[in-house]
Design a protein around this ligand. Structure first.
Ligand SMILES: NC(=O)CCC(=O)C(=O)O
Length: 307
């Protein structure tokens, strides 16, 4: 069993919602990362929110998309900036997510990039489950109009450095228990990290519940990092209402306790994750060793027969 070998100091930046100016969004991230390092100099890991460089809009993802190429500030300014900031501050930087264009196919993905303290790209996750919902009198959103889904579960092993081995998902991915369980129980991750942007309809319903249940089921730390909430009544260049994120970035421990939580405005959270807590929870309630895959196999077969 891999558990966090040391304590790790982590900060989440609940950045102000992205403006239409990509370079202003990158500059905002840069200045808040500098502020974080000043206020919390022990920070080893920083997490940013989903789509931190672009408005969260199906109609705009393509306009903001960039290829994942390194050392090319002109064609991939966000990639380049994230690498530069990880190196400058000597942190593991989980760069929220950005719209990515795959140049060979023209496909657009919602992609999270992870850079190590030397500025190297050490991980990449393409959102697996696209946010396609239609909630009467609530919210209709269909990422799949312009985005393509990723095709793999992502676990990033930084256990030799920060101590983190984490399952990485993006927002709606957190609703699906399987990748979280695969990272935690098969690949032995000690933490789950989701750059996210829930909204004012589904946030109050499920945000805290999902963070707690993923943490509790897998006995890992679970981290959700959201943008701050946009002011009410703003519209974008198409006259569509600007997406209003829920806020409430938080860290939940393996027991299911919320350790730190933001409000709705721009805010920095800081917290220490402790491997001893994971050990203690797993020893006290050893569900990791008590699974009955013999029975679950029967359940699966039954479901398949009934299809
Ligand atoms: N950006 C997203 O994937 C939003 C997911 C969401 O709000 C949810 O309820 O799930």
């Amino acid at each position: 069993m891999n558990v966090l070998k040391k304590k790790v100091n982590i900060s989440l930046i609940q950045l102000a919602g992205s403006t239409p100016d990509k370079f202003a969004n990158l500059a905002r991230a840069e200045s808040l990362i500098a502020k974080t390092m000043k206020e919390y100099p022990a920070t080893e890991v920083i997490v940013l929110p989903e789509c931190f460089n672009s408005p969260y809009s199906v109609k705009l993802f393509k306009k903001y998309a960039e290829p994942i190429i390194l050392d090319d500030a002109e064609n991939a300014p966000s990639v380049s900036k994230l690498s530069e900031l990880a190196l400058k501050h000597k942190i593991l930087l989980i760069g929220g997510s950005i719209p990515e264009i795959e140049e060979s196919t023209g496909k657009i993905y919602n992609t999270s990039l992870v850079f190590d303290p030397k500025g190297n790209l050490v991980g990449k996750h393409r959102k697996l489950h696209l946010f396609d919902v239609d909630i009467p009198n609530g919210i209709t959103f269909k990422e799949s109009i312009t985005l393509s889904p990723g095709n793999k579960v992502t676990t990033i092993d930084d256990s030799e450095n920060s101590g983190l081995k984490f399952g990485l998902g993006i927002c709606y991915d957190m609703r699906f228990p399987e990748p979280a369980m695969y990272s935690s129980r098969i690949e032995n991750a000690n933490t789950l990290i989701y750059p996210s942007a829930f909204n004012t309809v589904t946030g109050p319903l499920h945000w805290h519940l999902l963070a707690k249940v993923r943490a509790m089921d897998n006995q890992v730390y679970t981290i959700l990092c959201s943008p701050a909430r946009a002011a009410e009544g703003l519209v974008d260049e198409f006259g569509d209402p600007v997406y209003r994120a829920y806020g409430h970035s938080l860290i939940v421990n393996p027991k299911g306790d919320v350790l730190v939580e933001a409000g709705e405005n721009e805010e920095i959270l800081n917290c220490e994750l402790d491997g001893d807590v994971i050990n203690a929870v797993r020893q006290a309630i050893p569900i990791g060793f008590q699974r009955r895959f013999d029975v679950y196999e029967q359940v699966k077969l039954k479901e398949e027969k009934e299809k």
